[in-house]
Design a protein around this ligand. Structure first.
Ligand code: CO
Length: 195
């Protein structure tokens, strides 16, 4: 416990700094939760949604899992999506992958990783769905291209969820975005969009 005392100290410093800048910040946030964006990203510690988008607490609803997946039967992500779309009424859902993703690397590595291989299976499916393209991708670009095609595939999965389908069918203002983030440059790039 003592090892983590610095976090409570940092929390206190942050709280004071925010309160000095805006004395009503916490009170206002506690009374409303109205983010317009749902972010589905990788759990990777180097891809913190608020920090890389420059958005404040309260401005982005976040779900993260290994390799930013939307799996048809994953109740966790589906519940987040339902809450975001039907209750929070977000206007945008952004799926963000990132280069140098450990999940992507592991999916490309044939060795046994245990339980997580069941999750990574979905990434391996992306290779199968895009076999023709992958047959022409140079070895050194393989992981980066798989990262991008995985995002595009997850946006497709997202668009096929009942929640998103119902929202799009009822003329709700909802746009799906596929983005990729570079750890090396800190830059975000758009890959695809569904309106
Ligand atoms: Co990752």
């Amino acid at each position: 416990m003592a090892d983590l005392d610095y976090i409570f100290e940092q929390n206190e410093q942050w709280r004071e700094k925010v309160t000095v800048e805006d004395p009503t910040f916490f009170e206002t946030l506690a009374n409303q939760h109205t983010p317009e964006i749902l972010w589905i990203g990788c759990s990777d510690a180097r891809v913190p949604a608020n920090q890389i988008t420059g958005l404040l607490p309260g401005e982005i609803f976040v779900h993260r899992n290994i390799a930013n997946m939307v799996i048809h039967s994953d109740l966790n992500s589906l519940s987040v999506i339902q809450y975001a779309v039907e209750v929070l009424k977000v206007k945008h859902i952004i799926i963000t992958g990132h280069y140098e993703c450990g999940g992507i690397s592991a999916a490309l590595d044939p060795k046994d990783h245990g339980l997580i291989d069941n999750w990574l299976r979905h990434i391996r499916d992306v290779i199968r769905f895009n076999e023709e393209e992958f047959s022409t991708v140079p070895q050194d670009q393989y992981a980066n291209r798989l990262t991008e095609l995985n995002v595009i595939e997850q946006v497709r999965n997202l668009s096929e969820t009942t929640v998103v389908k119902h929202a799009l069918d009822s003329d709700r203002e909802l746009t799906l975005h596929g983005w990729v983030y570079s750890l090396k440059s800190g830059k975000l790039k758009e890959l695809c969009r569904v309106e």
